[in-house]
Write a protein that binds this ligand. Structure first.
Ligand code: PMP
Length: 759
């Protein structure tokens, strides 16, 4: 801090700024500040620390000038110019040149001297929101400086963690790991601008007329260009230093800020981590400075006990609860405005109007009103982590897909009996993702329709009528496909033209099974038109076929005059990882591939992709037209899905997050004996439960419903209904996997506790 006497201050005020008055030193950490009392008011004379650099002072002066112009109502000081009209001057004292500025003096006590209250917190947040809005159009080159206190670069503090007390290091490392994994990658996508960056109670004054209102913002020394949300995170971090419920503090401050400056949902997703990051930053920088300034340790570490207590408290909370509290405070998405409906009445209406045959998931059905990314929102505005739906492939309501649908439906939507170039472009893109030879794409509206067409093609081109599928296969709901769906029909009710083989459980090979199935068809005077596999064997209990299983089956059936059909309706489009298709790892090119479910992210579109020979042969004998199939709006949706998959690297991510989740599940299997197997590929995961006392299906049903009650949505499958089915949108990342794993751990623990009580 520069050494300046009261006399020198009075002299500078008079000679440099033309203000005649008395000077009184003010408390400050870095600068030497004086209050100048004069006839025409009070001023703050600020001799800056020479280490500050001229750019930063000029940025502060320019920001105050900008604020005076665009937001005169904001309680910030004004620049008081020198007699030559400059905002910053230089003054030589004791042989050192010090930058000096004069600002109007704002009255009031700093908030650090008072307590906290909901009203005050709301005022802090709304003032910050207004400041953020006012600074939107502000720029200064010095804002690009690299600042230790810039949260965007938190990882640079990692080497300094060694300076922190050893008892604090694990918690700090935990938050740094989270920051590196979840926050850092998303920060560059958030909106950035020049922010205040230090809305702490020392830098804010209470309004002398109302202690629950902010009456002044007095220090702009940490301004930098950063994600806007960092400003709010810093402000919240300091307001958590009291005993009020952190979720309440989040809700109060986020809600008030949002009213002044609307927040975006991606900003709320990282907010709790950024708050923790600020606390980590204070602890690490504090410890490091204390080490280098042993003479000043007491002052430097005066707040570190409180900061550590707050960080510990935050560490004991669930991040998703804080995000939910913040979202509710912003009415985000907007389902809060939807009328609340009585669940019983809604169930009854559904039963009478839609019929008894329509099944619902979960013992307590979910009344869904909105969805975004990996979240499904219910009528009470509560978010549920969607780890079940593979149809919203790139994430629920993905803006790229909804925009593509809106754009195309405003231009042209018609059937395929016209020449529409965009439909051809999509067909080009789709076939280019499949092996050479699979060159013709025929569109359909659903997986069932696509399979029905594929089955018809197989019959037409082979002249045979039989089908071979797995014991618990599901291939669709049309007459032809339901008859090849023993999951639905029951294996005992199959027609004589359908033969089954077991799914590739326990590394079972297919040759003897296929040979037996062909012989069974022969015994009923049928020959195989095709063998069809769902390549992830979803309804059979989720299996990764051993190498050789698919190719041998294809060889054997081809030798008997049939085709090999890969039903990729479940596994396709990168769900199983970078290879894109369930069959891709196997040394086989199918004769026909069928696609559906995720293809349009929820918009109904499906396809049969086959060779030009098969397509030509079929078209000579058969005919296919379906009014809506392959319309330009559906293909625009499907094109946007491919765009997002490429832009966000989703297939590779499916490999990465899928492995992460499976490792976590394997860890849970060591802890909970009820998990007997963890399997699957990419983001299609099966967790088999078997239990000494309770049937596996009962356990799986309990787990699925308890997970739902704890707001994580999964399903179950398999011949015995004892395999948990985890199949989330590919927007799912490691933080979501962590939430799923910790919730599953809780549920399995509650199940064993329940068993013990029953004993
Ligand atoms: N094949 C498989 C492997 C499926 O899982 C499904 C749907 N569950 C279908 C076909 C039928 O698709 P859709 O429900 O779109 O008719």
């Amino acid at each position: 801090m520069p050494a300046v006497t009261v006399e020198q201050a009075v002299d500078v005020a008079r000679r440099v700024f033309g203000i005649e008055g008395s000077a009184k030193p003010l408390e400050s950490e870095r600068d030497r500040n004086f209050r100048i009392s004069a006839m025409d008011g009070s001023f703050t004379l600020k001799f800056a620390n020479p280490a500050e650099g001229p750019g930063v002072l000029s940025m502060q002066a320019a920001a105050l000038e900008h604020l005076a112009r665009v937001a005169p109502e904001l309680p910030v000081p004004r620049n008081n110019l020198t007699v030559h009209g400059a905002a910053v001057a230089e003054y030589e004292v004791n042989g050192e040149t010090l930058p000096v500025r004069m600002l109007t003096y704002l009255p009031g006590e700093t908030l650090a001297n008072g307590g906290s209250s909901p009203g005050l917190r709301r005022s802090i947040a709304s003032t910050l929101g207004e400041l953020g809005r006012a600074l939107r159009g502000f720029f200064h080159p010095a804002a690009g400086r690299v600042l230790l206190w810039d949260l965007s670069h938190l990882e640079r503090l990692r080497p300094r963690v060694a300076d922190v007390e050893s008892g604090q290091r694990d918690v700090i490392e935990h938050w740094l790991d989270r920051f590196e994994r979840f926050v850092s990658p998303s920060l560059p996508r958030l909106r950035g601008q020049v922010i205040h960056n230090d809305f702490n109670p020392d830098n804010l004054l209470a309004d002398p007329a109302d202690p629950n209102r902010v009456g002044g913002i007095i220090d702009f020394g940490d301004m930098t260009h950063a994600p806007l949300i960092v400003d709010l995170a810093v402000a919240i971090a300091y307001q958590l230093h009291n005993n009020d419920d952190p979720a309440d503090v989040f809700a109060e401050m986020v809600g008030s800020y949002h009213q002044a400056l609307a927040l975006e949902s991606a900003e709320l997703d990282v907010l709790p981590d950024l708050v923790a990051a600020r606390l980590v930053q204070s602890l690490v920088i504090g410890a490091w400075r204390a080490k280098h300034h042993p003479d000043n340790v007491e002052y430097i570490l005066s707040d570190s006990g409180t900061t550590w207590a707050t960080l510990q408290r935050l560490s004991s909370l669930r991040i998703d609860n804080l995000v939910s509290a913040a979202q509710r405070a912003c009415f985000m998405p907007t389902p809060a405005s939807a009328p609340r409906t009585d669940l019983g009445r809604l169930l009854e209406r559904r039963r009478t109007r839609l019929g008894e045959g329509m099944r619902l998931s979960y013992d307590v059905p979910l009344h869904a009103v909105a969805a975004e990314g990996v979240w499904l929102v219910d009528a009470d505005d509560v978010r549920h982590l969607d780890a079940y739906n593979n149809v919203p492939h790139v994430g629920h309501s993905h803006p790229a897909v909804t925009a593509a649908i809106a754009r195309q439906s405003a231009v042209l939507n018609t059937n395929t009996r016209y020449l529409v170039e965009s439909v051809l472009e999509y067909a080009d893109r789709l076939t280019s993702l499949l092996p050479d030879g699979l060159d013709v794409a025929v569109f359909a509206n659903s997986g069932s329709e696509a399979n029905d067409l594929a089955w018809r093609m197989a019959r037409t081109v082979t002249g045979n009528d039989g089908f071979i599928v797995t014991d618990r296969a599901y291939h669709g709901s049309t007459y032809l496909t339901i008859n090849t769906s023993p999951e639905e029909l029951g294996i005992e009710n199959l027609q004589p033209w359908v033969a089954t083989i077991p799914a590739p459980d326990h590394r079972r090979m297919s040759k003897p099974e296929i040979d037996r199935a062909v012989a069974r068809l022969h015994s009923h005077a049928y020959r195989p038109a095709a063998v069809a596999f769902d390549t992830i064997f979803s309804s059979d209990g989720i299996f990764e076929a051993p190498l050789g299983f698919l190719s041998t089956a294809a060889e054997e059936v081809r030798a008997a005059g049939g085709l090999f059909i890969a039903d990729e309706i479940q596994a396709g489009f990168g769900r199983v990882g970078e290879r894109m298709w369930g069959f891709a790892k196997h040394d086989v090119v199918p004769d026909i591939v069928t696609l559906g479910k995720p293809m349009g992210n929820g918009h109904p579109i499906a396809a049969v992709v086959t060779t030009s020979e098969i397509a030509a042969k079929f078209s000579r004998a058969g005919y296919f037209f379906s009014t809506f199939a392959g319309n330009p709006v559906s293909t625009a949706a499907a094109g946007a899905v491919l765009d997002v998959m490429a832009a966000e690297g989703l297939p590779i991510k499916a490999d990465r997050v899928g492995s992460y989740m499976r490792s976590g599940l394997v860890r849970l299997a060591h802890k909970h004996a009820v998990i007997s197997s963890v399997r699957g590929l990419g983001m299609f995961i099966g967790v088999e439960l078997s239990h000494n006392d309770i049937p596996g299906a009962t356990a799986a049903r309990y787990v699925m419903n308890e997970m739902r009650n704890r707001r994580v949505l999964i399903g179950r499958t398999g011949p015995h209904g004892n395999v948990l089915k985890i199949r989330p949108p590919l927007a799912f990342d490691e933080s979501h996997a962590d939430l799923l794993l910790s919730t599953l751990d809780e549920v399995l623990t509650s199940m064993s506790a329940r068993d013990r009580t029953n004993d």
